[in-house]
Design a binder for this molecule. Structure first.
Ligand code: DLZ
Length: 226
């Protein structure tokens, strides 16, 4: 029987044009690493290219909201810088065509000659602002009230950042009562090898990022599903 609980079957989308940021805490590293791997696995299964997945880490979950906000801002700066650089390069090449590409400076025919294909730079990574950011952290309840305060602050912070930025911020924060619950939700129940069991929630987060990244783009262009 199909499980009643859970996200249901993932929709499939073409993630090949998406640029995705992953920002994860380092507390509870074993669980975090498995979640990050699960996330990347499903991103790639939906067509997101390795070079378009940018991963950054921060000390703990409490740092996630601000880091997501600044991480996104950095990707915007990078996108704008690369657009300006691309524009200047193409303008320079146009001027070069006009001045040096023709037999004389009064003969503009040279600018109409077929150009040699540009040499690939080797850097095929997309440079536009992130289409979605996945924030990953693992909070394990201890003996004090730390867990409650951090869980509450981070949950609210991530929602606020998501709405302020207007981009999908995927909630990859596990709030578990013990290590066992965390391991199970990272697909590491019973070990880290082939014997490991449990559903890796990172896979759901990767799917959510691609779905929301693609849909947000379509909505931005005024496209609705039907
Ligand atoms: C302090 C703390 C505690 C007790 N537990 C966790 C945790 O389970 N998971 C996690 O990601 N971070 C924890 N932290 C660290 C805080 O998130 C934060 O990094 C520090 O309080 C510094 O701001």
């Amino acid at each position: 029987m199909a499980a009643l609980k859970g996200p249901g079957a993932a929709e499939t989308h073409d993630g090949s044009k998406l640029r995705i940021g992953i920002i994860h805490a380092r507390w509870n590293t074993t669980i975090i690493q498995a979640l990050v791997e699960g996330t990347k696995k499903s991103l790639k299964a939906q067509g997101v290219k390795e070079e378009n997945i940018v991963v950054e880490s921060v000390p703990g979950a409490y740092e996630l909201p601000l880091s997501v906000q600044r991480f996104y801002a950095a990707s915007q700066v990078q996108g704008a810088t690369s657009a300006v650089a691309g524009g200047v390069a193409s303008m320079a090449s146009g001027i070069g065509d006009l001045l040096g590409g023709s037999a004389s400076q009064t003969d503009l025919q040279g600018s109409l000659q077929p150009k040699e294909p540009e040499k690939p730079t080797g850097d095929t990574a997309l440079k536009h602002a992130f289409d979605a950011i996945i924030a990953i952290g693992v909070l394990i309840k201890g003996e004090t009230m730390h867990f409650e305060y951090i869980a509450d602050a981070v949950s609210h912070g991530l929602m606020r950042v998501q709405l302020d930025l207007g981009i999908p911020v995927i909630f990859g924060l596990l709030t578990v009562l013990n290590e066992g619950q965390g391991l199970a939700r990272a697909g590491l129940q019973g070990g880290t090898g082939a014997e490991a069991k449990g559903h890796n929630h990172g896979e759901d987060w990767g799917n959510a990022a691609v779905e929301l990244g693609v849909k947000r783009r379509a909505w931005t262009e005024g496209k609705l599903a039907s």
